[in-house]
Design a protein around this ligand. Structure first.
Ligand code: SAM
Length: 671
C-alpha cells in the first residue's frame, strides 16, 4: 500500500481531527493546511507528525495536539493586521501557523535551546514575520506591546497581570489556567476597557506548566507569589468543560463506513471477547457500526464467532445460511416472534450476505465464522429442534424424548402461566424432564462423531435452552432480578460453550444491548443484585474482554409502544440535560470513538467514572415517561472500555418488521 505524503496526511489531519471536531474558521483551517508540522519535530517523530496528539520536543516539552492549536487560534479571532504574542514558543509550530493569519508574531520561550532552534527553523522555512526571544513570558514582552492577541501555550496558575496590561483594548488573551500543573481550563479574556475585561471558559485542557514569576515555580509544585490582579468578570459560555475534554480525547469519525478503525483494533488486540452494546434496539447506525467493527475483527484479527442477543434456533438458521446450508427464504422466516424487527432488517441482512461470501472464501472449516444465539426465549422451537435431531440420529431416544418433553405441551405458547403455576406449587412442573433430556444429550456418543459434531452441539444447546427456559419462567414469578440474572448467566454459559466448541484459540464478538454488555458493577444494577454478560466476561476473562457501548442523542428509532404492539418509527427525544449523552452532545463532535480504558486523558476518565444517568431504550420506547422508563445510573468509564457516539441517528431499516405471533418474547425486560 502506498504511504500518504505529508501533504495528504496534513489534509487528513485537518479533516478528521479539526473540521470533524467543529473548528470552522477558514483562516485557521487554511493555515493549518499550509504549515508542515513534520518540520517542527525531531526526525524520529516525522512519521507521527500528523497524529492526533502532542509529541515530545527537547527539554522535556511538547508540541501541542493540532486540534488544540486550531481551537486556540479560532478562539483568538486573529485578524490579518494583528500583532500577536505567543508565550511558550516551544518548537515554533503554533507561531508559524499564526504568522499565516496575522501581521506579525512575537514569541517568547524560557528554554534558550528551544528558542534558538525555533528561530533558526522559522528563518529556514521563510516565516519572516516571526521574532523569537528567550525569557520569562509570564512578564509578557513589553518592548513590542500592546498586542491584539496573546496566546499562552503553557498552563498557568492565574492569569499573569503583565499579559492583561499588554493587551490592546479589544484584544484577546487565550490562556490555560488551573491549580494543578497538568489540568487547566482554557480561558479567553477580552479587554473591554482600560480596567475591564470579559472572560469565558472554553473547556478543559492539559498543557505543560507555565513556569515563571507569575506562574508555577520551577519544580511546578509551588505557586509563585502574586499580587492581586484586576477584577475579571466571568461569563458562562463555550462548551461544557467535560464536553470539551471529550472533544480533545475522542477519535472523530465521519461515518461508520469510512471510519478508520485501526486505533480501535490496536486497543482490542489480544482480546478473546469483544462485546458491542447498543443503547436502543432500533438504531441503524448502531447496526452498521457493529457490522463494520465485526467485519474488521473477522478479517484482521481472525474472530470466528458472532454471538447475538437472539434465540438459539433462529440464529442457527442464519448460521446454516452463512455456511451455504439454508436459503435466504429460511432466514426470512426466522425471528418471527416480537420484536421481529430486531433481526429482520436490512442492516442485519447485509451483514449476513457479507459473512456468507466471506465464509465461501475462507477455506478451512476452522476459519469460517459461525453465528450463535445467546437468548432463551425459544422453548417450543428448541424442543422441536432436539426432537428433529434425535429422529435422525436415534429414533428410539426420540420416542422417549417426545414423552418427556410432552410435559411442556400445554404450555409451549404460554410459558409464563406455566412458570406462575409451577412456582406457586399448583403444578408439579417439567423440571426433571428438562434436566434429564439435557443430561442425555450431553452424554450422547455418536457413531459418526465428525459428521455429527455440529448437529450434536446444536441439539445440546437447544436442550440447555429448554432447561434454562423452564427455570426462567419459574424465576419470573419471584421477581425481575432472579429472571434477569438467570437469563444473563445463560447467555454467558452459552458463549462459553461456543468458545469451547470452536477451540482454545477461538475469539468471539458479542452483540447485545448496552445493559447486557456494560459491566453491571458500574451501574445501579449492582445495588439491585443484578449481574450481566459484561460483568461475567470481565470476571472470567479480565482484560481479554473488551466492552464497547454505543449511544445517541436524538433522531428516530424503531420501537413499539407496548408489548406485542407493532413496531413504529418514532422520534427519539434529545437526551436528558443531566445525562452522559448530553455531555457527548456538548463535545460538539457529531460522531466519534472514545477510548475509556486507554484514555489519553486520565482526568477525563476519572470524571467519567462519576455516576451519571444514561439512556437505555429496548424494544419499547415510552417518550412520555422517558426519565423513569429509560434512564439508569452508570459510571460510564467503568462500565465500558470504549464508547461510540452518533449524535443524530435514524431508525433501523426493518423489513416487513411487524409482529407475527404472540410468544412471550423478552418480557419483562424489553432489552
Ligand atoms: N506552541 C508550542 C509549539 O507549537 O511547539 C508548544 C509549546 S509547549 C506546550 C509549552 C512551552 O512553554 C514549552 O516549550 C515551555 O518551555 C514554555 N514555557 C513554559 N513556561 C514559560 C514561560 N514562563 N515563558 C516562556 N515559555 C515558557
Amino acid at each position: 500500500m502506498k504511504t500518504a505524503t505529508f501533504h495528504e496526511q496534513r489534509e487528513e489531519m485537518v479533516q478528521t481531527q479539526i473540521v470533524a471536531r467543529g473548528v470552522v474558521d477558514p483562516l485557521v483551517l487554511a493555515s493549518m493546511r499550509e504549515v508542515p508540522r513534520e518540520e517542527f519535530v525531531g526526525a524520529r517523530y516525522h512519521e507521527f507528525a500528523y497524529e492526533d496528539s502532542p509529541l515530545p520536543i527537547e527539554e522535556g516539552q511538547t508540541i501541542s495536539q493540532p486540534y488544540i492549536v486550531a481551537l486556540m487560534l479560532e478562539a483568538a479571532r486573529i485578524g490579518p493586521a494583528d500583532r500577536v504574542l505567543e508565550v511558550g514558543a516551544g518548537s515554533g509550530y503554533a507561531s508559524a501557523v499564526m504568522s499565516r493569519m496575522a501581521g506579525s508574531v512575537h514569541a517568547i520561550e524560557r528554554h534558550r535551546t528551544l528558542a534558538d532552534t525555533a528561530r533558526a527553523r522559522l528563518t529556514r522555512l521563510g516565516y519572516d514575520n516571526v521574532t523569537v526571544v528567550t525569557g520569562d513570558g509570564t512578564k509578557g514582552l513589553s518592548q513590542s506591546a500592546p498586542y491584539d492577541t496573546i496566546v499562552v501555550s503553557a498552563g498557568g496558575t492565574e492569569v499573569p497581570e503583565p499579559l492583561l496590561e499588554q493587551l490592546r483594548i479589544g484584544g484577546r488573551l487565550i490562556i490555560p489556567v488551573g491549580h494543578e500543573p497538568r489540568t487547566q481550563e482554557l480561558l479567553r479574556i477580552v479587554r473591554t476597557g482600560v480596567h475591564s475585561y470579559d472572560r469565558d471558559a472554553l473547556g478543559h485542557v492539559r498543557f505543560v506548566p507555565l513556569i515563571g514569576t507569575e506562574g508555577w515555580a520551577k519544580d511546578a509544585h509551588a505557586v509563585s507569589p502574586r499580587r492581586p490582579g484586576p477584577t475579571v468578570e466571568v461569563k458562562p459560555g463555550g462548551r461544557d468543560r467535560l464536553g470539551h475534554a471529550i472533544a480533545a480525547a475522542c477519535e472523530p469519525i465521519l461515518d461508520q463506513e469510512t471510519a478508520s478503525l485501526d486505533a480501535l483494533l490496536a486497543r482490542i488486540d489480544g482480546a478473546r471477547i469483544v462485546m458491542i452494546g447498543e443503547s436502543t434496539h432500533g438504531t441503524s447506525e448502531f447496526y452498521r457500526m457493529r457490522n463494520r467493527i465485526t467485519r474488521e475483527l473477522v478479517m484482521k484479527q481472525g474472530f470466528t464467532i458472532v454471538a447475538i442477543e437472539g434465540d438459539w434456533p433462529d440464529v442457527a438458521v442464519l448460521d446454516r445460511h452463512v455456511h451455504g446450508k439454508a436459503s435466504a427464504q429460511e432466514c426470512r422466516d426466522a425471528f418471527a416472534r416480537f420484536p421481529a424487527w430486531m433481526w429482520r432488517n436490512r442492516e442485519t441482512a447485509e451483514f449476513i450476505d457479507w459473512l456468507a461470501a466471506h465464509n465461501l472464501r475462507a477455506g478451512s472449516a476452522d476459519a469460517r465464522v459461525g453465528m450463535y444465539g445467546l437468548d432463551l426465549y425459544s422453548l417450543g422451537k428448541s424442543i422441536a429442534a432436539v426432537l428433529a435431531f434425535l429422529d435422525r440420529e436415534d429414533p428410539r431416544a426420540a420416542e422417549a424424548a417426545r414423552v418427556r418433553y410432552g410435559c411442556f405441551s400445554p404450555w409451549e405458547t404460554d410459558p409464563a402461566t406455566y412458570g406462575r403455576a409451577t412456582a406457586s406449587g399448583r403444578l408439579e412442573g417439567c423440571e426433571n424432564e428438562a434436566v434429564t433430556m439435557l443430561r442425555q444429550l450431553l452424554e450422547m456418543r455418536l457413531t459418526d462423531p465428525v459428521r455429527s459434531r455440529d448437529p450434536l452441539f446444536d441439539a445440546q444447546r437447544n436442550a440447555a435452552v429448554v432447561r434454562e427456559a423452564e427455570r426462567y419462567y419459574r424465576a419470573m414469578y419471584y421477581g425481575a432480578r432472579e429472571s434477569w440474572n438467570l437469563r444473563d448467566r445463560h447467555m454467558f454459559a452459552t458463549l462459553q460453550s461456543v468458545l469451547e466448541h470452536r477451540g482454545p484459540k477461538a475469539r468471539a464478538v458479542v452483540w447485545a444491548h448496552n445493559s447486557h454488555v456494560g459491566d453491571a458493577t458500574a451501574t445501579e444494577m449492582a445495588a439491585r443484585g443484578e449481574t450481566n454478560l459484561g460483568k461475567l466476561a470481565r470476571h472470567a476473562f479480565g482484560a481479554a474482554a473488551y466492552l464497547i457501548g454505543m449511544g445517541t442523542d436524538r433522531g428516530t428509532v424503531a420501537a413499539a409502544s407496548g408489548w406485542d404492539e407493532p413496531m413504529r418509527v418514532r422520534a427519539l427525544r434529545n437526551s436528558h440535560p443531566e445525562s452522559f449523552e448530553a455531555l457527548c452532545r456538548s463535545s460538539g463532535v457529531p460522531r466519534f470513538l472514545l477510548p475509556l480504558r486507554a484514555s489519553r486523558d486520565p482526568a477525563l476518565r476519572e470524571a467519567l467514572a462519576e455516576p451519571r444517568i444514561e439512556r437505555a431504550v429496548g424494544v419499547i420506547y415510552r417518550p412520555d415517561t422517558e426519565i423513569l422508563s429509560h434512564y439508569f445510573q452508570a459510571s460510564v468509564a467503568r462500565q465500558f472500555d470504549e464508547w461510540v457516539w452518533f449524535e443524530e441517528t435514524k431508525a433501523v431499516d426493518a423489513q416487513e418488521g411487524a409482529t407475527e405471533d404472540a410468544d412471550p418474547g423478552t418480557y419483562p425486560f424489553a432489552l
